[in-house]
Design a protein around this ligand. Structure first.
Ligand code: CP
Ligand code: NVA
Length: 321
């Protein structure tokens, strides 16, 4: 990001705590507006390019829906649609697409790809999932947590993540750290939290708080006193070749009532998952139970996308007004 270039949204790490809170509040307001049938035509006449190199249900639908809600035109560009990677470089693609649109929302493999895209784009680039981060998911997740507990009651909650270390976890952990929410992560040995990201997460617990992140290898330790238990697939997109090894390595990490009871999670613990869900990481009983917030969490992606586009495209990254 150059001093004069647009402000991009590649990770929750790009936001101050106040900006994160403002974005979540804006998402909440967008939810009320959508439910009331009110739209804000702030992107009329503007095009948002959606470069997706991987499958997507929620991110695609929420982003396309958000652009339409704001009166703009979403242009979906799957990897079979454009020249990128086959006949054209990332640099040239970034220059060309940004010269004709108002924003690029991109789903990529390596996080470096979105960094490269942003470095050469004349319009804001929003990360729609890279192998390292998933910021709009984290905004929706914090909105979901806020709806369950209240914005004033976030500090000192405990989020337990049980399963793989991945993109969704990293931005969720950053968001929780900024808000003073405790995070406890249990992964199998060999699936370790990225040490550089861990350092950033620790620095994000910036307010005077006793909240912290804890890294363990036993699921029952992570869920102790947890308010919310979160997981995600054990086989992220791009890791399909490792599937059978991963299913073996993650044995014992399935989220179940029995795990929560054994680990002494809070009696009224809630369950979250960004989706898509496979049955290995959480059983049906938990996934479809009243304690599961997963479909509310998925719907909240729409409001997170509206708030993100308003903040980064309409207001050009001036999130605090
Ligand atoms: N949670 C999420 O990003 O889902 P999709 O891959 O379906 O967009
Ligand atoms: N960790 C998953 C998230 C999908 C939304 C993946 O990267 O495939």
């Amino acid at each position: 990001v150059t001093a004069s270039g647009p402000r991009h949204f590649l990770s929750i790490a790009d936001l101050s705590t106040n900006e994160l809170v403002a974005l979540v509040q804006a998402a909440q307001q967008a939810k009320h507006a959508v439910k009331a049938g009110k739209s804000t035509p702030s992107l009329v006449g503007k095009t948002v390019a959606m470069m997706f190199s991987k499958r997507s249900t929620r991110t695609r639908i929420s982003t396309e829906g958000a652009v339409v809600h704001l009166g703009g035109h979403p242009m979906f560009l799957g990897k079979e649609d454009i020249q990128l990677g086959v006949n054209e470089s990332l640099y040239d693609t970034s220059k060309v697409i940004s010269s004709m649109t108002s924003c690029i929302v991109a789903r990529v493999g390596a996080h470096d790809d979105i960094v490269g895209l942003a470095a050469n784009s004349s319009v804001p680039v929003i990360n729609a999932l890279s192998d390292a981060y998933h910021p709009m998911q984290a905004v929706a997740d914090i909105l979901t947590i806020t709806e369950a507990y209240g914005l004033q009651n976030l500090a000192n909650l405990k989020v337990a993540w049980v399963g793989d270390v991945n993109n969704v976890l990293y931005d969720l952990a950053l968001a929780c750290a900024k808000l003073g929410i405790n995070v406890s992560v249990a992964t199998p040995t060999g699936y370790e939290f990225d040490p550089e990201i861990l350092q950033v997460v620790r620095q994000c617990y910036d307010k005077p708080t006793s909240a912290a992140i804890q890294i363990v290898h036993k699921p029952e330790v992570a869920v102790k006193n947890a308010d919310i238990i979160v997981t995600d697939t054990w086989v992220s997109m791009g890791q399909e070749a490792e599937k059978s090894k991963r299913l073996d390595d993650f044995a014992g990490f399935q989220v179940t009532d029995e795990l929560a009871a054994r680990g002494e999670a809070k009696a009224d613990w809630k369950f979250m998952h960004c989706l898509p869900r496979k049955p290995e990481e959480v059983d049906d009983k938990v996934f479809y139970s009243p304690r599961s917030l997963v479909f509310q969490e998925a719907e909240n992606r729409l409001y997170a996308a509206i708030a993100t586009l308003e903040a980064f495209v309409v207001r050009k990254g001036r999130i605090l007004t």
